[in-house]
Design a protein around this ligand. Structure first.
Ligand code: ATP
Ligand code: MG
Length: 231
């Protein structure tokens, strides 16, 4: 298992908003993490990334408990988060965004160097000199995805990556996620409002409700068990 969550609990202030969250995924697997607004999906990803502290349970990466390891160290291990609401530098150009992150993460032998990103995402190649914040929402989202995979990712966590993308771009982004995972053995946790599209892409489906996991199974099982009332 590349990523394992075991009995994870986390929250804000006095409020614990997720509890007893457990799931695991293997290299190359895509897991769709679904649930209605406020279910605790983003909180789960932030806890795994180390942005907020776990109150109980643990996260294991490649078999090793992460404990209180800081975010930067988790990134260096290959754990990556595409945050809800992007996570790009709006005042830098596309190329500057990529170069800033590449300077830290994409050394010799990296899985994805800047040239690989420009080949994978021509929309960015055409806009290297454009100020990131002046691009359309969808173009910014593609840049955020590029920054998430730069270097050598081993487990991607994508928090609503399709927000603001036109349907044909969603298809292309999902195809790229699949290629990154299948061809390079990268695991992915995909949080999506687009339930049908996420289920079509995923090997596993985990559904959260009120901070807890209420379903964990294959997309076929999810369809057969009529889980739609959770959305
Ligand atoms: N920074 C915060 N401070 C206090 N409470 C928060 C904070 N962020 C989230 N919450 C609360 O935690 C709960 C879970 O929120 P979370 O953002 O994890 O849900 P989500 O499943 O990602 O929802 P969405 O689909 O709307 O993105 C909600 O009740 C929310 O109000
Ligand atoms: Mg969220």
């Amino acid at each position: 298992m590349i990523l394992e969550l075991a009995g994870l609990a986390a929250g804000y202030g006095a409020k614990t908003v997720i509890s007893d969250v457990s799931f695991a995924l293997e290299p190359g697997q895509i897991l769709a993490l679904l649930g209605h607004n406020g279910a605790g999906k983003t909180t789960t990803l932030k806890t795994v990334m180390g942005l907020i502290a776990a109150r109980a349970g643990e996260v294991r990466f490649d078999g090793t408990p992460l404990g209180r390891l800081p975010v930067a160290a988790r990134v260096a291990l290959g754990l990556r988060l595409l945050p809800e609401g992007r996570g790009i530098f709006p005042d830098l150009s596309v190329a500057e965004n990529i170069d800033v992150v590449a300077a830290r993460l994409a050394g010799r032998g990296a899985m994805f160097a800047p040239a690989d990103l420009y080949r994978l995402l021509p929309v960015l190649d055409e806009r290297r000199a454009t100020r990131a914040g002046s691009m359309s929402g969808g173009q910014q989202q593609m840049l955020a995805f590029a920054l998430a995979i730069l270097g050598t990712p081993r487990c991607l966590m994508l928090d609503e990556p399709s927000i603001g993308l036109a349907p044909n771009l969603v298809e292309r982004l999902f195809a790229q996620v699949r290629d990154v995972c299948r061809a390079h053995g990268v695991a992915a946790v995909l949080v999506e409002q687009n339930v049908a599209a996420a289920m079509a892409l995923a090997d596993r489906v985990v559904i959260m409700n009120n901070g807890q996991i209420v379903f964990d199974g294959t997309p076929e099982e999810a369809r057969a068990q009529n889980v739609w009332h959770y959305f």
